[in-house]
Design a protein around this ligand. Structure first.
Ligand SMILES: Cc1cc2nc3c(=O)[nH]c(=O)nc-3n(C[C@H](O)[C@H](O)[C@H](O)COP(=O)(O)OP(=O)(O)OC[C@H]3O[C@@H](n4cnc5c(N)ncnc54)[C@H](O)[C@@H]3O)c2cc1C
Length: 289
């Protein structure tokens, strides 16, 4: 006997929130690029699907008090096409996600909810101190992304909540993202690095992806390079970064990784690659300042 799968199709976010509360057993569906794999491989048998694809509010983005609020259902393709100038780090990461078909369907909201350590959308949100907006019948709350992701594939999302949006500042300086994979496209990251320069705050923000249980900010590397930049008055002079400082920055970023050995790479390789990517992304970003 085939089991029944109910499809719930709210037309507004308010309706979706109501349905979420009334049907806690239903699983949300945005682009379906994670969820359909789970269903196809029979790893998940939900009695109902809450289809979020017809909700206009989730697919909108807009400026908000000097920041940008991006609906959870905005696809990677639209982030690249419509927000590439304002959110370059997230756009570069988005370009590395899957294939055109996956980028057309897949959403950052889905990436956040899945919270895979290899989710490419997450590190750029960390380097921009993004907030994740959650909505439920109890109201709306916003959590820093680093509090939203609580572990590998674990989040602070309550059973009655949906991700409505994420909110982050537009880039104030160059941003970069680099990813190592076993081939050029359609590949889960072996490891990645996202880096953003915030010249107004004289701050470098670096986050490591896919080399730990969750995205990992490289706080010691960032503090080290902030000190070097101050010492050389480099934010004012834009002087080239000394090679020795870049080397040390990479080393400290590598040490911030908490990698494992798995089929995609060894822990030692990941740590090394994180160091190289951290050095490169910093030097690319600095020379674009
Ligand atoms: C061939 C292929 C290649 C891929 N390549 C990459 C890659 O390179 N990098 C990468 O990071 N990922 C990759 N992925 C994984 C996937 O595309 C991403 O994680 C994507 O961001 C998922 O978004 P989605 O909208 O499709 O989510 P869905 O599959 O619709 O949902 C994913 C999860 O999020 C939940 N969810 C979705 N929206 C909400 C919401 N608004 N509120 C609450 N919960 C919600 C769902 O219930 C589900 O648990 C790939 C997948 C495939 C199939």
């Amino acid at each position: 006997m085939p089991s029944q799968l109910d499809i719930l199709q709210p037309a507004t976010l308010a309706e979706a929130i109501e349905m979420r509360a009334a049907h806690p057993e239903a699983i949300a569906l945005a682009g379906g690029t994670d969820l359909m794999v789970e269903l196809n491989f029979d790893r998940l048998r939900p009695p109902a699907v809450l289809d979020l694809t017809r909700i206009p509010e989730l697919t909108e983005w807009a400026p908000e008090d000097g920041r940008i609020r991006v609906g959870a259902g905005v696809s990677y393709t639209r982030i690249i096409d419509e927000l590439g100038d304002r959110l370059p780090g997230l756009a570069i990461a988005s370009r590395t996600v899957g294939s055109l078909q996956i980028r057309n369907r897949g959403t950052v909201g889905g990436n956040l909810a899945t919270a895979s350590p290899a989710g490419d959308g997450l590190p750029p949100l960390y380097t921009s101190d993004a907030l994740v907006e959650l909505a439920s019948p109890r109201g709306t709350r916003r959590l820093p992304v680093a509090e939203f992701v609580t572990g590998p594939k674990r989040t602070a999302l309550a059973p009655d909540e949906l991700i409505a949006a994420f909110v982050l500042p537009p880039a104030a300086g160059p941003q970069q993202f680099a990813k190592v994979g076993t081939r050029n496209a359609m590949v889960i990251a072996v490891c990645s690095v996202s880096l953003a320069l915030w010249p107004d705050e004289r701050r470098v923000a670096t986050c490591i992806g896919s080399a730990g249980p969750m995205p990992l900010p490289a706080a010691d590397a960032d503090a080290f390079i902030a000190g070097v930049l101050e010492e050389h008055d480099a934010w004012s002079t834009r002087a080239p970064l000394p090679d020795v400082a870049l080397e040390r920055f990479g080393e400290l970023a590598g040490q911030a990784a908490r990698p494992i050995d798995d089929v995609r790479g060894t822990a030692a390789y990941r740590r090394h690659a994180v160091g190289v990517m951290a050095r490169r992304t910093l030097s690319w970003a600095w020379s674009a300042l």
